[in-house]
Design a protein around this ligand. Structure first.
Ligand code: NAD
Length: 280
């Protein structure tokens, strides 16, 4: 069994991004990322903090808009409109989830698609489905980079994606389908999860349930990607896969932490550079 080391690859990518930022700055372009966070959810603030820190490390200019929980939708849309117009900002990210009184679709749809570095705008989601150039969401994009780094070609593989959210499962499905995997996608209403997972050469799980995938649900020699992030009873970060037992049976596996997580931020930096290079 080989570990897919997302931490090492993310460091390689961010070092490359830092080099690109330097080159862009020499041409008079400073890539800029604006991040908006609404409310005081500690996890959201922790993610935003990590993103801002990585911007600093790579030389990307960043601003964080922190907004109170009771902010109006109008004010959020106004701020997005301002960032859309700001020539110093190449990428815009709205940290999810948003408070329940805010229409998430309207907010994500208000971001200029050319600055949509999280890839959640319907325009970019549509491009992904059609296999066109655009911004793909950072977490599934990070999975694709990891597969590529370890020379794992999805072409012809029987793949199973567990979890079908707009930000993880669905774009993940599209990215591997675009690389010619044969894809099953499972969700909370799937009748017999094991029937799907146990056929998969490539099993990608992003649900948010500890030990959802156990050894008996996995094909011998399968490639396992664990996107889930959970805290167990001891407060330790764990994924959705029973790592200790499944790792005995598979060919490749991502650890949690140190697998997909660090890749997400690295891809955000990479998408921001792409947006800066494509600016008018
Ligand atoms: P979500 O709650 O929006 O979606 C969960 C999906 O799992 C849904 O499609 C649901 O139908 C499905 N599901 C729920 N229970 C199931 C079950 N018993 N069997 C099969 N499917 C089931 O969550 P999300 O935002 O997509 O995030 C999923 C997980 O990925 C979470 O643990 C989250 O923390 C993690 N995540 C990690 C990163 C990262 O950088 N590594 C980024 C985003 C999300």
């Amino acid at each position: 069994m080989q570990i897919l080391d997302g931490k090492a690859l993310s460091q390689k990518i961010t070092a490359h991004v830092a080099g690109e930022v330097k080159a862009l700055k020499a041409e008079g372009i400073t890539p800029g990322l604006a991040v908006m966070v609404v409310g005081d959810d500690p996890a959201s603030h922790a993610y935003v903090g990590m993103k801002a820190k990585m911007c600093k490390n790579t030389g990307i200019y960043s601003i964080v808009h922190e907004m109170p929980d009771d902010i109006s939708q109008e004010k959020i849309l106004e701020t997005i409109a301002m960032m859309n117009k700001n020539p110093n900002i190449n990428g815009i990210l709205v940290q999810l989830p948003l408070p329940s009184h805010i229409d998430e679709e309207a907010v994500l749809g208000a971001i200029d698609p050319t600055k949509d570095v999280d890839g959640f705008h319907p325009c970019n989601a549509g491009k992904l489905v059609l296999g066109m150039e655009g911004f793909a969401p950072c977490t599934p994009l990070g999975v694709m980079e990891l597969l590529n780094e370890y020379n794992i070609d999805p072409k012809g593989l029987d793949a199973c994606v567990v979890g079908a959210s707009n930000i993880v499962g669905k774009p993940m499905m599209n990215l591997i389908l675009n690389k010619f995997a044969t894809v099953d996608i499972c969700h909370i209403h799937t009748k017999d999860l094991k029937a799907h997972t146990s056929r998969a050469d490539l099993l990608i799980v992003g649900v948010g349930k500890i030990n959802l995938i156990t050894e008996d649900m996995v094909k011998e020699g399968a490639i396992i990607i664990d996107i889930g992030i959970n805290r167990n009873e001891e407060g330790k970060l764990v994924g959705d896969v029973d790592y200790a037992n499944v790792s005995e049976k598979c060919s490749f596996i991502t650890p949690v932490p140190g697998g997909v997580g660090p890749m997400t931020i690295a891809m955000l930096m990479q998408n921001t550079i792409t947006a800066a290079k494509q600016r008018d």
